[in-house]
Design a protein around this ligand. Structure first.
Ligand code: NAI
Length: 343
């Protein structure tokens, strides 16, 4: 299989090259993101390998299909950037459902601790030989209530970490995990009872802007918001207003709804056009990381292994356990449950 690899970063090359050489998958690493303008680079390849900010909309699907591409191998779990409905019948889509839930959950906790114990400020201060403690007062996590939205792989690891800190955990999930011992509540209840809220559900039409100007009104004053899932779960303008009105006490963001042209790139020395992001970053109680929650050695290794195995399995069998389509999860229309393939 010849695979055109888009949005390549230096850290991708070594693990993917190693896995490719072991298994006979030939990766060609392209720096640009996949868009309608760059889809032509995939001419002559069997598949494309894409990440969170590549675009696989209807136009890109048609271009890839026209170039002879038949496989989209996502090297991530989320697939909100792929028009899976339009791709159905043309491009098979495979993803990496899990590579290290620990990487993301641990990053969420790292952001939380950094924020509430002012570690980012202390780091800068002591480097400047400023040993003053003024403005550094934090609060204990022990005994606080954390609301976890989405209790899948990452959400559950985050819950375990929070329990280790002696926090009270409540959760909301559209599909509750039976027998998990998790204390499920409604989303409005979660919003109004939590001191800290962490988002771990996928971005769908239903979850888009689930934290917005109206739902922010339900929050406890001073709530800490953590988002390591997908930016558009939160209306960024409304979050900014919530911070200004002091309802939101702090925000820890690894994702941002308009991140696709910004995150992963170096804009130091440039004027930031995105006023909302610039204003958020300027706030003393906001920490932004650049969609790096996944970035651990273990996760990179697992991503490369699973992606390559997905490609090999697909080449050999024309099907793959990690294939997905818009019927997935619908027991009435899902062909994969009967035929082991989406189409
Ligand atoms: P998962 O599929 O194991 O869990 C997702 C959970 O969300 C499930 O329990 C599901 O029932 C729940 N859910 C679905 N629709 C919902 C709704 N409308 N309301 C509430 N809950 C709903 O996924 P996993 O592996 O835990 O990943 C969660 C998300 O984390 C991914 O969708 C992805 O967007 C994000 N992610 C972010 C990374 C980063 O580097 N920042 C890396 C990997 C994933």
């Amino acid at each position: 299989m010849k695979i055109a690899f888009f949005d390549t970063k230096q850290y991708d090359i070594e693990p993917f090259r190693a896995c490719g050489e072991k298994s006979g998958v030939e990766y060609k690493f392209f720096e640009p993101k996949l868009t309608a303008d760059t889809a032509g680079l995939a001419a002559g390849y069997d598949g494309v390998c894409v990440f969170v900010n590549d675009t696989v909309d209807a136009e890109v699907v048609d271009r890839l299909y026209g170039e002879g591409v038949r496989l989209v191998a996502l090297r991530c779990a989320g697939y909100n950037n792929v028009d899976v409905k339009y791709a159905f019948g043309k491009l098979h889509v495979v993803h990496v459902p899990a590579y290290s839930p620990y990487a993301v959950a641990e990053h969420a906790m790292a952001l939380l601790l950094t924020s509430i114990r002012r570690i980012h400020k202390a780091y800068n201060r002591t480097r400047d030989f400023n040993f003053s403690l003024s403005g550094m007062t934090g609060f204990d996590l022990h005994g606080k209530t954390v609301g976890v939205v989405g209790t899948g792989r990452i959400g559950r690891v985050f819950i375990d970490i929070c329990r280790g800190f002696g926090m009270n955990v409540i959760a909301y999930d559209k599909f509750q995990a039976e027998g998990s011992g998790i204390d499920y509540v409604t989303l409005p209840e979660l919003y109004s009872r939590s001191d800290i809220i962490s988002f771990h559900c996928p971005l769908t039409d239903e979850t888009h802007h689930m934290l917005n100007a109206d739902t922010i009104k339900l929050l406890k004053r001073g709530s800490v918001i953590i988002n390591t899932s997908r930016g558009a779960l939160i209306d960024a303008e409304a979050l900014l207003a919530g911070i200004k009105s002091r309802i939101v006490g702090a925000a820890c963001l690894d994702v941002y709804e308009e991140e696709s042209d910004i995150f992963f790139e170096d804009f130091s020395g440039h004027i930031m056009d995105d006023d909302t992001l610039a204003r958020l970053i300027s706030m003393p109680n906001v920490i932004v990381t650049s969609h790096q929650a996944f970035l651990t050695e273990e996760a990179l290794h697992n991503i490369a292994e699973t992606t390559t195995s997905n490609i090999i399995t697909f080449a050999e069998k024309g099907t793959c356990d990690n294939e997905l389509c818009y019927h997935c999860g619908n027991t009435e229309t899902c062909k994969k449950q009967r035929l082991e393939r989406c189409f």
